[in-house]
Design a protein around this ligand. Structure first.
Ligand code: FE2
Ligand code: FE2
Length: 200
């Protein structure tokens, strides 16, 4: 699915569906981080006006998602606690940076960050699909909510890959790098412990 090389462990979705409070609090923080990450990347793409504007649009959309998750929390009388560490996203960034080694060009670094973003979007899309199915009987409203979100994550995945190709002006090189980043992503996912968080 969307270039992901491994599937999420089958134990993850049932556990997340049982621990909806922890899932939703973590999910709210993920959307907030997605918005701020897109905004911060837009500030690194000043030389590519179309890339910058697309990233601002994505940031705005992620903020809307954040607001929607907050509404889900309010509906359940839950408050937004502090964020949990997102080991998956942090470790993926670390391993991709390590793999980049000698490349220090701004465009290469930006493209890598966009490809990391593309993989995170793909993984979130896969997991929202699993949640849609796992919550269907216990919480039909939340199941539908995840059903609507997964379409935008799939679109964000494609857009991030396109933006990486624009920034480097190298479609072939971008496809090759995407394949390498997908391998790194699979190695991180293999170490997850099915915690009931979006990237757990
Ligand atoms: Fe989102
Ligand atoms: Fe997204």
């Amino acid at each position: 699915m969307l270039g992901l090389l491994v599937e999420t462990d089958s134990r993850w979705a049932p556990r997340a569906a049982r621990e909806v409070t922890r899932l939703l609090v973590d999910h709210a923080h993920c959307e907030m981080k997605a918005a701020s990450n897109a905004l911060s990347l837009s500030g690194r793409a000043l030389e590519h006006r179309d890339v910058m504007c697309t990233l601002v649009d994505i940031a705005q959309e992620e903020l809307t998602h954040f607001r929607e998750v907050l509404t889900e929390l309010e509906r359940r009388d839950l408050t937004l606690g502090p964020p949990e560490e997102d080991w998956y996203a942090a470790e993926l960034r670390r391993r991709v940076a390590r793999d980049r080694k000698q490349h220090h060009e701004a465009a290469v670094i930006l493209a890598d960050r966009l490809l990391v973003g593309a993989l995170i979007e793909a993984r979130s899309c896969e997991r929202f699909k699993l949640l849609e199915a796992a919550l269907r009987d216990s919480d039909a409203g939340l199941s539908r909510f995840y059903g609507t979100l997964l379409a935008s994550e799939a679109r964000h995945h494609r857009v991030f890959v396109e933006l990486a190709a624009k920034v480097t002006n190298d479609a072939h090189g971008t496809r090759e790098r995407l394949a390498a980043v997908a391998k790194i992503e699979a190695s991180v996912v293999a170490e997850l412990r099915s915690e009931p968080t979006v990237h757990g």
